[in-house]
Design a protein. Sequence first.
Length: 454
Amino acid sequence: MSTTRQADATPTRLLANPHYRWWLATDTFTAFGSALHGFAVPLLALYITGSPAQAGIIAGIGQVGRIAATLPGGVVADRHNRRTLMVVGGLTGLAIASVLTGLQMAGHLDFWLLTVLNLLMAMRNGFFSSTSNAALKSVVPARQIGPAMAANEARDSVIALSGGPVGGVLMGFGRALPFAATAAAHLIAVVSALMIRTDLRPGSVPADARDAGQAAGDPGGSTAGAPGAPAVAGRGVFRKFAAEAASGITWLFHRRELRGIVILATVINLGLNSAITAVVFGLQQRGETPAVIGMVSAGIGVGMLLGSFVAAPLVKRAGAGRVVIAGLLLMTAALAVLPFVHEVPAVLVVQAVAIFGGPSINAALLGYFMVAVPSDMLGRAGSALDLLTLGATPLSPLIAGFGYAWLGWTGILLACAATCAAAAFLALFNKGLRSLPASNHWAEHAAAISAAAG
């Protein structure tokens, strides 16, 4: 069958594609389980230890484990069937969440057990983090990557909107219930992954997505000629594995426009995540219930949901660079207000405004990244992006915990606002970022940069 006919046979609407629907179900329930776990662990740590600093240590160790597992996970995602990896990842999450549930119900969880189990879950999340997005490029054609990433932002906003309140209500009935719900979510994700029938092996992509990858400098879908691709030599399995992992980082830094994305995302994550965690710690320390904290966290979901409605048309019609800069300026302005509000409704509204531009920022940066990276490099490049952009994330709970203890509500949130202001400054003076076009021209832009570098 010709490439044209294959492209014509591709459903024009995302949800008309049955493979995409099952992929979305898998990704959604995995993300929901992670949201419940991420909400419950800091609160449970505070109840167990009574100390924001110790709660920050538990979360920080987990983040270090997540980051350490990303590069090996990216290599594995580029070697093996991604459907199999999605199933294995879901079963692993099911097992860890079930152990957490049982230990909490038996009253045996303490600082060290919670630290170890949260570390294992975080490493699971890091190891399999690049698998799902890498599989997406085999599920939808290249022209639908932008809309798919915008749809993911809408989905993530619903999860953020519901994860906090659901986790808070469940924890109000019993502190083990959020972990039981996490286990159930991972079980549903496993079943959904088994229902995806299209080929999810690395390099197996729809015809027009393969053509777009070739146009962006990926002849024949191979990474053999990519900068930093590992030479296959008899240097031992470990050396070969390490070289493959490093090739993702090398490839990213060979692309000048992607270097800017990496640096910018790192600073954004540090400032925003520190602010969100500091709010949770601050509310708990002043005696708010888990249900109230969950509702305040839902303000993030409200902002993401509203922002996701404009994300798809923005990245399609406006330059991606301009979208990112506008979103960052709005985020910085809102976070500058947050230190001076204390009432629960006001905190909810300010957080919603701060995150409003987040879906557009993510759709622009991650959507372009998906188009620019060849399919059989997506695991390694995606894990490298995670490693580099989340490299400072373990500092977030530590900054929030110790910062709240030392500086109080106003001081720590002012520091977080200053960090996001630095990200906005970097974006304004990053020529490569400012030049990123609207989504319809991503493939051509990536191809031009690849040719200039090549």
